[in-house]
Structure formats: structure tokens, C-alpha cells
Design a protein around this ligand. Structure first.
Ligand SMILES: Nc1ncnc2c1ncn2[C@@H]1O[C@H](COP(=O)(O)OP(=O)(O)OP(=O)(O)O)[C@@H](O)[C@H]1O
Ligand SMILES: [Mg+2]
Length: 239
């Protein structure tokens, strides 16, 4: 469905991604993990067209999408959330989500209906008339997801949507992510909270210092001595 071939990205002389090749299968949750600075967010920026000055190829459903703008990549069906959420502060949640919906729908009325359906789906319907600036971290993360969902993605890339959440918010977010996957959207999720990765993903890809380290089931990668050395510190054990 999504295939990366030999992706390389430099910032100045700093090689931040090198030789990254993997493919994503439809209808699954894949985790993307690795230490701070490994290049995870940069890889999202490459896939979704926010960085264009890279080498290598990104192929989506048979089409080469390398070099396209984020808007065009989004129209093709790949959408992402941002690690640092930036809701439009001075408009309502409904209006925030309508902006995403208008990437596919022409009529304001249809976009509003879709925005409200999605706000309901992510659990923000009651807050739909609140301004973007008045949200807690957990709600900002949900809004970020809602804005992405409104573009009707086939592949949705989530960048640390669990960061900063408390236990009950985490439970809610895990449920939401499962519901998104159940709706048929393929997910690639960057996450540092290993329990979340273990519970949600069928497959995990590990990056380290800009390179592909390994991939496999959560059990396989968390037992891999190289992953333990580079990232986990010790073998992951379920509580
Ligand atoms: N715009 C930029 N300009 C220069 N260097 C950058 C830029 N963005 C990222 N980098 C560098 O690229 C490397 C990879 O960063 P990236 O943000 O992709 O890591 P990450 O795996 O997402 O880390 P984290 O888990 O901390 O979010 C880091 O060394 C970072 O300093
Ligand atoms: Mg990051």
C-alpha cells in the first residue's frame, strides 16, 4: 500500500535518514519507534511531502508520490498529525475540523455535518463550539486526530498522540485508535510509550540514528538485543 525505497534526508551536512526502505500493509496498525532524534518525525515529513529535498522514492497504491505537495498527498489519502499540536486558536472545534473536511467536500453544509460526525467519533461533540485555544492537551490531541480524519485518509500517520496524557486519557486514546483502525484506515503510529505499542500494533519498525534497525511483531522487536541496547535499555516486560 505504502512503499518507501531507499529514503535519505540531510539537514545541512547532517544525514538524518539513510537507506530507509519498508512497506506498509493495509488495514493494520504499525508502530514506528526509536530513540529521540532517530528520524521518526522526519520520516513522516518525507512521506507526507513536508520535506521534498530528499532522495529515494515513496510509492502509494502504485503511484510515485515523491515530490508532491502535502495537500496533494493528503488528497491521495495520506494524512498525518503533528507532534506539536497547533489547533487554530480563535475558531471553534467544528470550524477547525471543517477545514479538513473541505479538502474533499465543496459545500459548507456538508463539511459542517462531516465535522460534527467526526467530533462525535473522537469524543469532542459536546465541546464543538469551544474555541481551539481553550483545550486541554488530551483534547488538542483528539482535535488533531479529528482534523486528519476529516480529510478521509486511507493511511493515517500519528506522531506521539499519547504524549502528555494521564492514565484515563490514555485508555480513551487507545480505544479511539482501535476504532480508527476498525474503520478500515491503515495506521502508522510513532510512540514512546511501549505498553501502547505492545497493545496496539501488529508490526513494529525500529529506527536508530536515521537507519532502519529492525522490524517484526512487538514481541520480536522488544526481545531483540540491538533494540534493547539502542532504545529500550532493558527487556520490556508487561506490568
Ligand atoms: N528542521 C530541522 N533542521 C535541522 N535538523 C533537524 C530538523 N528537524 C529535525 N532535525 C534533526 O534530525 C534528527 C531527527 O529528528 P526527528 O525530529 O525526526 O527525530 P524523532 O525520531 O522524531 O525524535 P523524537 O522522538 O524526539 O520526536 C535530529 O537530529 C534532529 O535534530
Ligand atoms: Mg518526533
Amino acid at each position: 500500500m505504502l512503499e518507501l525505497k531507499n529514503i535519505e534526508k540531510k539537514f545541512g551536512g547532517n544525514l538524518v535518514l539513510q537507506g530507509i526502505s519498508f512497506s506498509l500493509e493495509p488495514g493494520r496498525i504499525t508502530g514506528l519507534i526509536g530513540p529521540n532524534g532517530a528520524g521518526k518525525t522526519t520520516l513522516f515529513n518525507v512521506i507526507t511531502g513536508f520535506h521534498k529535498d530528499h532522495s529515494g522514492t515513496v510509492i502509494f497504491s502504485g503511484d510515485k508520490i515523491t515530490g508532491l505537495n502535502p495537500e496533494d498527498i493528503c488528497k491521495k489519502g495520506i494524512c498525518r498529525t503533528f507532534q506539536v499540536t497547533k489547533p487554530f486558536a480563535n475558531i471553534t472545534l467544528t470550524q477547525n475540523v471543517m477545514i479538513g473536511a473541505l479538502s474533499r467536500l465543496e459545500r459548507i453544509k456538508d463539511a459542517r455535518r462531516k465535522a460534527q460526525e467526526i467530533l462525535d467519533f473522537v469524543g469532542l461533540y459536546e465541546k464543538r463550539e469551544i474555541l481551539g485555544r481553550n483545550l486541554t492537551i488530551a483534547d488538542r490531541k483528539k482535535l488533531e486526530i479529528a482534523r486528519g480524519l476529516a480529510t478521509s485518509p486511507k493511511i493515517f500517520l500519528l506522531d506521539e498522540v499519547m504524549a502528555g496524557l494521564n492514565e484515563s486519557e490514555l485508555l480513551e486514546m487507545k480505544k479511539l485508535i482501535r476504532n480508527i483502525a476498525d474503520s478500515g484506515i491503515t495506521l502508522l503510529i510513532i510512540e514512546h510509550i511501549m505498553t501502547v505499542i505492545m497493545e496496539l500494533s501488529q508490526k513494529v519498525i525500529v529506527l536508530d540514528q536515521g537507519k532502519f534497525l529492525t522490524s517484526g511483531t512487538p514481541e520480536q522487536v522488544t526481545k531483540n538485543p540491538e533494540v534493547i541496547k539502542a532504545y529500550l535499555g532493558k527487556e520490556f516486560k508487561h506490568a
